[in-house]
Design a protein around this ligand. Structure first.
Ligand SMILES: Cc1ncc(COP(=O)(O)O)c(C=O)c1O
Length: 386
């Protein structure tokens, strides 16, 4: 059994999460967890270090077979190993897709509020960004989000690519099968490439299940680039290794050509970690992690309900990210600034996910329950002082 209550000290590393803010600030922002990676990954990396030679390495057929076998094992999704393209992370992988699908006239469609890096694609490539904001439904103090189909259909007409985030960061939603089918149908009718960022797909809370969009039909698969990675699930984001799954040979050829143009070589450490992560050897650890994260999510939801009056939040189905709405609490200005100054807690500013994030924050609960409780206690005290 892994004891997730014990987290290593990260202040003595180069961690962005722990070094960005002064020492008295508790970091609950960027999406990495405070847990050690599972032992089989560490063992594989130790073995490579012990070998001593850190030469150039390649994504081998065996690694691609491992990725394909994992898709089959998890979802019954049968893909050929050659459909798997290694990329230096999901953000670079989605940028490559935008380079082949978008133009100054055909932009990138996103569903806001959404992962901040999705908002950078337009800046990186000089293309339009088309927002299809999700509709917020408030049920007591619980936030639910639904697709606004009118806006989606209007915006898709101006897009070259639809960037789907499923499970969704920062909302923690897993889109339903009928929503996925409808989004895909609209994109295909409008000849829009679908890029499905499924980086959080294995971080399922409770007993939730997940189906890759491209598994829903061969027609959808032909129009879709699926992006997955071991980075969030097994907490190895600093090793920068992800995979684009592209079943259509012609689309894959165009994508691989662009990857090669950009000289996107994955580090040997990333490839080694991915092989161990997706081999199945880490699945016991992953089940324990999901259980721990589910309890953390429950702790957060109950804490907010009991001690933070007027705060609303989503109940994430997946991810270790909470989305909290402070617009009814009397905080003046940004809650991110408020908590940084008054609680010494660094969360993510809601506005980085889109204009709909005003008055909201994203809170990373991928840490020990003790640190989570400490952060929430600090925030509660600050709220009480308003
Ligand atoms: C939805 C989503 N995509 C991509 C990433 C980052 O991926 P990478 O570090 O592989 O570029 C994150 C990290 O938080 C994320 O939440």
């Amino acid at each position: 059994m892994t004891n997730f209550d014990i987290v290593p000290n990260r202040r003595n590393t180069n961690s962005i999460k722990w070094l960005r803010y002064p020492k008295d600030v508790l970091p609950m922002w960027v999406a990495d967890m405070d847990f050690s990676a599972p032992k089989p990954i560490l063992k594989a990396l130790h073995k490579a270090v012990d070998h001593g030679v850190m030469g150039y390495e390649m994504p081998t057929p065996a690694l691609k077979e491992t990725v394909a076998a994992r898709m089959d094992k998890l979802y019954g999704w049968k893909i050929k190993p050659e459909a798997v393209v290694a990329v230096t992370g999901i953000v670079s992988g989605l940028s490559v897709a935008a380079r082949i699908a978008c133009t100054p006239k055909k932009g990138v469609l996103i569903q806001t509020p959404v992962y901040n890096e999705f908002h950078e694609v337009k800046n990186n490539l000089g293309i339009p960004q088309l927002d299809a904001p999700l509709i917020t439904r408030v049920d007591g103090r619980i936030l639910n989000y639904k697709i606004d189909w009118d806006i989606f259909e209007k915006q898709v007409k101006k897009a070259g690519m639809f960037l789907l985030c499923n499970p969704h960061n920062p909302l923690g939603i897993i889109f339903s099968r009928s929503e996925l089918l409808k989004m895909a149908k609209i994109c295909i009718q409008n000849n829009v490439l679908i890029v499905s960022d499924e980086i959080h797909s294995e971080l399922l809370l409770d007993g939730n299940t997940f189906t890759p969009l491209a598994k829903l039909s061969s027609d959808i698969a032909r129009h879709t680039i699926t992006l997955i990675a071991p980075s969030k699930t097994f907490n190895v984001p600093g090793l920068f290794c992800g995979f684009a799954i592209i079943t259509d040979p012609e689309l894959r050829e165009r994508y691989e050509k662009e990857v090669n143009h950009l000289r996107m070589h994955v580090s040997s450490a990333g490839l080694i970690a991915a092989q161990a992560a997706f081999s199945g050897q880490c699945d016991g650890w992953l089940n324990e992690l999901r259980h721990y994260l589910t309890l953390n999510r429950n702790f957060l939801v109950e804490y907010v309900a009991e001690y933070m009056p007027n705060v609303r939040m989503t109940i994430p189905d997946a991810t270790y990210l909470g989305w909290l709405d402070f617009t009814q609490t009397g905080i003046v200005g940004s809650p991110y600034e408020f908590f940084l100054k008054n609680a010494k807690v660094a969360v993510s500013e809601g506005l980085i996910f889109g204009a709909e994030g005003e008055g909201h924050i994203r809170l990373n609960f991928g840490t020990s329950r003790k640190l989570l409780e400490q952060g929430l206690d600090r925030m509660r005290k600050a709220l009480n002082s308003i």
